[in-house]
Design a binder for this molecule. Structure first.
Ligand code: DAH
Length: 341
């Protein structure tokens, strides 16, 4: 029996097949119920008990070996032979599945994030349900500031603590400064809420991106350069900017940034109300009171902040006239934008 086993091993290791039929003959000859392996198994029953151990092991190895050989022959056959693909056109393009388009607000948000990431800003997000401290008090809003009014802010509860929907992403500034010491260089995209009647020009929720840079010796000139770079990346290299003095409780000095109107190139048209300029964001140097409220030493550090509405930038890019389009999910509108593929 030992000889039979080694003869079979020898024989099987030399087998080659070149068709499915030959592969099947191999299986029938060695591995089927009436094959040579089963025959040896039958014979094994009759060997004297003292040889059973050695022969049993050998016989098992033979079985494994032939099984492996069979699988190897099968794999070799199926990888490669052209006849297997007869009737299948491998050059045909695969079936296209319809994929939705990206929402215009997401497209512009991603662009803004990319432009500022390239300048070293990291993305930070914060909660939409906030408290009075993070949205107003820490940002130097006086107790009687109109923005705190019920008319602007959605309050969730007023006792014992004010819980509200954030009216701007500036709250993420506070949250970040409370937890980190400078240098801080972040942008914070997110949704904000205001108690406005819904119309073509106003909505009760919209999106903002907040920017904040705090370090030693940060100046207004740094702010201007970063905003110029942003405007030109977003609206094209010819874009001009101008800063107009303004007021925000959390910055001093404060400004609003206008860009040259890209419809008329600055000559004046109905879109820019004949001024040649359109406003895109608010900005300024972070008020020392805000730094101190967040535990940052204002005698050592300074910084700038800015905040923009994503809908506003999107409108300028895509000339969407009615803000409500952004939240109505009309697929005819959405399909006009870049595919998400
Ligand atoms: N939070 C302001 C708003 O909602 C926007 C803004 C203005 C943010 C000036 C700033 C800033 O960080 O410096 O209208």
């Amino acid at each position: 029996m030992l000889e039979k086993i080694s003869a079979l091993t020898e024989e099987v290791s030399n087998v080659k097949v070149s068709s499915k039929e030959e592969l099947e003959s191999f299986r029938l000859k060695y591995l089927s119920k009436k094959g040579l392996v089963s025959e040896l198994m039958e014979e094994f029953r009759t060997v004297p008990p003292e040889q059973k151990r050695e022969l049993g092991q050998k016989l098992n190895s033979l079985k494994v070996f032939i099984n492996d050989k069979y699988n190897e022959l099968k794999d070799n056959l199926s990888s490669g032979s052209a006849s297997d693909f007869a009737g299948i056109d491998l050059t045909r393009t695969a079936t296209q599945f319809p994929v939705g388009s990206r929402h215009p607000i997401s497209i512009i948000k991603n662009d803004i994030v990319r432009i500022f990431s390239d300048m070293g800003f990291t993305v930070v997000e914060g909660p939409e349900i906030e408290d009075d401290w993070h949205v107003f008090s820490s940002l130097n809003f006086p107790a009687d500031h109109p923005a705190r009014d019920m008319q602007d802010t959605f309050f969730i509860s007023r006792n014992p603590l004010d819980v509200l929907l954030r009216t701007h992403t500036s709250s993420v500034q506070t949250r970040t400064m409370e937890r980190n010491q400078p240098p801080i260089r972040i942008i914070c995209p997110g949704r904000v809420y205001r108690n406005e009647a819904i119309s073509a020009r106003a909505h009760c929720f919209f999106h903002q991106v907040e920017g904040l840079y705090i370090d030693k010796n940060v100046s207004f000139a740094d702010l201007r350069q970063v905003l110029l770079n942003f405007a030109q990346e977003m609206f094209g290299p010819e874009t001009k900017i101008r800063l107009r003095p303004s007021y925000f409780p959390f910055t001093e000095p404060s400004a609003e940034l206008d860009i040259s109107c890209d419809i008329c190139g600055g000559k004046g048209c109905p879109f820019c109300k004949e001024t040649g300029w359109v406003e895109i964001l608010g900005c300024g140097m972070v008020d020392p009171n805000v730094l101190e409220a967040c535990g940052i030493d204002s005698s050592v550090y300074s910084g700038y902040a800015f905040g923009m509405g994503i809908e506003r930038i999107t409108n300028l890019k895509y000339k969407v006239k009615d803000l409500r389009m952004f939240s109505e999910n009309d697929v005819r509108f959405l399909a006009e934008f870049e595919s998400a593929r």
